[in-house]
Design a protein around this ligand. Structure first.
Ligand code: ATP
Ligand code: MG
Length: 428
């Protein structure tokens, strides 16, 4: 931790702890910090409470070189940020006549007299730099504590930045003077990232494969940190490294990604962040193939997802939502007898749907999806979540799934798996 340039963010304000007001400032601050190559190690929302705020400031400064606080710089009694920070750092607060003057002029320009309570906002911890606030009364504050906080400085040097709560006041300040000052400290350091997408395995199964690999990267120079994010039927691996030299960071990340590629095999979807639908589309394009979908329980969702990708008109030919048995027979030539024998949710019917749409349309590959999305319609043999998916380009494949969750989740998982089965068919 000590040699890395990390930041903490505290969003101050009791209203941010209610369901009525969301902390958006910290997201903006994170974006700017990351852009400067500064990783955010933690953020917290703290109510207007002296003890809580003091504890969080102490925690942040014990561990991180940069602390940014927003909110609580106002003129009222519950605005504590300035006092708490000064007290924690042992800095006396002194009234800055220039700030009083600017505030008085600001009020006067609107024909008002400045209320006495606003003088609080002119209190500046000794040694702090005042950050102009052209959009409001409370100026921001930049405090360098414990000596110069250069990139080379020893542990112990700290930067504390106090910004107003209203986003329209906070943003210009962060984007102007604070960005400039932080940029000088961060130097050439940047965050470099890679996003690796995986399908066909759950989070824990992916973790089992990749944990022994990425745990090694923590000892690398530059160190690479990995985060696993699970979605419906898909997993994301986020790799991030902090480095001054972009070329060596890139090389390190490339090596790391290669290790994942080797370990994940066909479950690997992309190493450049491309989504499953786009990757599958590219595979179709590369072959010059057209696909058509025959969807029952997904109601067109798989096709909808595929057509979220710009340019998909070059490979998605059509989709037929054949929800009833009659539609499956009339539109896809699924024999009524086949449905009667095996049931509408069965591998033979999924195969017949894929083959039917392929034959009717003359496309290269057909996909058939039939299942029980629930909540009704399940049986002991075929419970809710039973879904059969077939992909047919002359050498058909079919699989039966038992998806968990409610109707929406079963539909979503069915669509994802249908597209992923198509992808796997295309890479074989
Ligand atoms: P003021 O001088 O306006 O009182 P302040 O620094 O004291 O400024 P707060 O009183 O904490 O700021 O917040 C003022 C308003 O700014 C809040 O009511 C809220 O609408 C908005 N705000 C504060 N903090 C945040 C945040 N973290 N994310 C989004 N909006 C915020
Ligand atoms: Mg306030």
């Amino acid at each position: 931790m000590a040699d890395r340039l990390t930041a903490a963010i505290l969003a101050v304000g009791s209203e941010l702890l209610t369901p009525h007001k969301t902390d958006t400032n910290s997201l903006y601050l994170t974006e700017v910090l990351n852009d400067l190559g500064i990783a955010v190690a933690f953020k917290a929302i703290v109510g207007d409470n002296r003890a809580e705020l003091t504890a969080h400031v102490a925690h942040a400064l014990a561990r991180h070189r940069v602390l940014i606080l927003t909110g609580g710089l106002g003129p009222t009694d519950d605005d504590l940020t300035r006092e708490v920070v000064a007290a924690h750092l042992g800095l006396v607060l002194e009234e800055d006549p220039a700030i009083v003057d600017a505030m008085e002029r600001r009020f006067a320009s609107r024909g008002w007299k400045m209320p006495a309570v606003n003088r609080r906002q002119a209190m500046v911890p000794r040694g702090a730099a005042v950050l102009d606030n052209p959009h409001g009364t409370a100026p921001g504050l930049w405090i360098e504590h414990g000596g110069p906080a250069s990139a080379e400085a020893a542990v112990g040097k700290r930067i504390v930045v106090l910004l107003p709560g209203p986003p329209r006041e906070m943003k210009p300040m962060m984007d102007g003077e604070v960005r400039q000052r932080l940029g000088a400290i961060a130097g050439a350091t940047r965050l470099h990232r890679r996003l690796v997408r995986v399908a066909g395995k759950g989070e824990s199964a992916v973790e089992e494969i990749v944990q022994p690999i990425y745990s090694q990267w923590l000892a690398h120079s530059p160190m690479i940190e990995t985060t696993i994010l699970a979605g419906l039927g898909q997993v994301e691996l986020h790799l991030v490294t902090q480095a001054e030299d972009g070329a060596s960071a890139s090389a390190a990340l490339n090596d790391a990604v290669s290790e994942l590629v080797a370990a994940l095999g066909a479950d690997l979807v992309s190493t450049d962040g491309a989504v499953l639908e786009a990757v599958t589309g590219d595979l179709l394009s590369a072959r010059g193939w057209w696909v058509a979908f025959a969807e029952s329980c997904t109601g067109g969702l798989a096709t909808s997802r595929m057509t979220d990708v710009p340019g998909s008109s070059a490979y998605v030919e059509r989709s037929i939502v054949a929800y009833s048995n009659r539609a499956k027979s009339e539109l896809l030539d699924v024999p009524e007898a086949l449905i009667a024998e095996h049931g509408a949710v069965s591998e033979p019917v999924a195969l017949a749907m894929a083959a039917g749409i392929r034959k009717r349309t003359g496309v290269n590959v057909g996909v058939g999806i039939t299942g029980i999305a629930g909540p009704g319609g399940g049986t002991e043999q075929k419970p809710v979540g039973t879904v059969c998916i077939a992909v047919d380009a002359g050498d058909p494949r079919v699989r039966t799934f038992r998806f968990p969750g409610g109707r929406e989740m079963v539909k979503a998982l069915s669509a994802t798996w249908a597209i992923d089965m198509l992808r796997r068919y295309l890479i074989k």
